[in-house]
Ligand binder design. Structure first.
Ligand code: G3H
Ligand code: 13P
Ligand code: ZN
Ligand code: NA
Length: 309
């Protein structure tokens, strides 16, 4: 059966590595990720956003993940990414997810606590774990578009009260990552606030921290896209050495979506340049799925350090 993230996070914290949380939207994405994890013998979090649920439907996604479970025999958690309210969290808890995120980060501190606690109380009564969030990332979170100026780092003084009064199992923080493929302006030096992470780690001993917006926007795939009719100028992500450093610290879950999108798109575009006459989806989705698998293997081994765990 699907597992919660409890055991994975405990081992990741102690072992100084992180679990990859990959966003899934269709069969080829699920297969590319799980084939990589199978070969690397890595625990996995597969996560689904509200947009993914709308696109593919809850039941298709849960059954795809169930198939991945049967195919791999790995510890896999199924997680709701960026739950906006109690209702969507409840629907995923009742519908077989083992972990949910309640994203109250754009509410006041008090309202965030109240909402998060309500979700935690329900989730825990069903054996499901909960991720909360403090601080706001720049970029696009579903329908909320936060500009860089309005993004605010997590305030370390708030974390103990938040965790204690909500009972959350993990905490997403904002230290300079952002969603999407354009995380820094051209010429701007990518930076993360490791000082904030360090302070949070000291205030919350042994508590798993989550990084959203943590794609590296790997240049290889951006270049393939741009060489094959795409136009992604100035796409910039989080440098891999920073993610490795975070994974050695309290960060136990690293969210990756944009890198999957880029790899998939690179595979499709490259295929169509070479074979403009093809129209069988199996022809162009095969290399696209292979690129996802190659990308995820790279992440598991060289960025997250969770291979063989
Ligand atoms: O946090 C955003 C994730 O990349 C999910 O994106 O809401 O477009 O599915 P989405
Ligand atoms: P990226 O856009 O950096 O892949 O972040 C994904 C994410 O945080 C999903 O919640
Ligand atoms: Zn996110
Ligand atoms: Na870690």
């Amino acid at each position: 059966p699907l597992v919660t993230t409890r055991e994975m996070f405990k081992k990741a914290y102690e072992g100084g590595y992180a679990i990859g949380a990959f966003n899934v939207n269709n069969m080829e994405i699920v297969q590319g990720i799980t084939e990589a994890a199978k070969e690397e013998n890595a625990p996995l979090i597969l996560q689904v956003s509200a947009g993914a649920r709308k696109y593919a439907k809850h039941t298709y996604l849960t059954h795809l993940v169930q198939a991945a479970l049967e195919d791999t025999d790995l510890p896999i958690a199924l997680h709701l990414d960026h739950g906006a309210d109690f209702e969507i969290c409840k629907s995923c808890i009742d519908g077989g997810f083992t972990s949910v995120m309640i994203d109250g980060s754009h509410h006041s501190f008090k309202d965030n606590i109240e909402l998060t606690k309500r979700v935690v109380d329900y989730a825990h009564s069903k054996g499901v774990v909960v991720e909360g969030e403090l601080g706001q990332l720049a970029g696009i979170e579903d329908d909320v578009n936060v500009s860089a100026e309005n993004a605010s780092y997590t305030q370390p003084e708030q974390v103990e009260e938040f965790v204690k009064s909500t009972g959350v199992d993990s905490l997403a923080i904002a230290i300079g990552t952002s969603h999407g493929a354009f995380k820094f302006k051209p010429g701007q030096k990518p930076q993360l606030r490791f000082d904030i992470l360090k302070e949070i780690e000291e205030r919350l001993p042994n508590f798993p921290i989550v990084l959203h917006g943590a794609s590296s926007v790997i240049p290889k795939y951006v270049e393939i896209i741009n060489k094959n009719g795409g136009n992604l100028a100035d796409a910039i992500g989080i440098p891999e050495d920073m993610l490795r450093e975070a994974a050695k610290m309290a960060v136990c879950k690293i969210n990756i979506d944009s890198d999957l999108r880029l790899a998939l798109t690179a595979g499709i575009r490259e295929h169509f340049t070479a074979h403009p006459d093809h129209f069988d989806p199996r022809q162009y989705l095969t290399p696209a799925r292979s690129y996802i698998k190659e990308l995820v293997k790279h992440k598991l081994v060289h960025v997250l350090g969770c291979n063989g765990k």
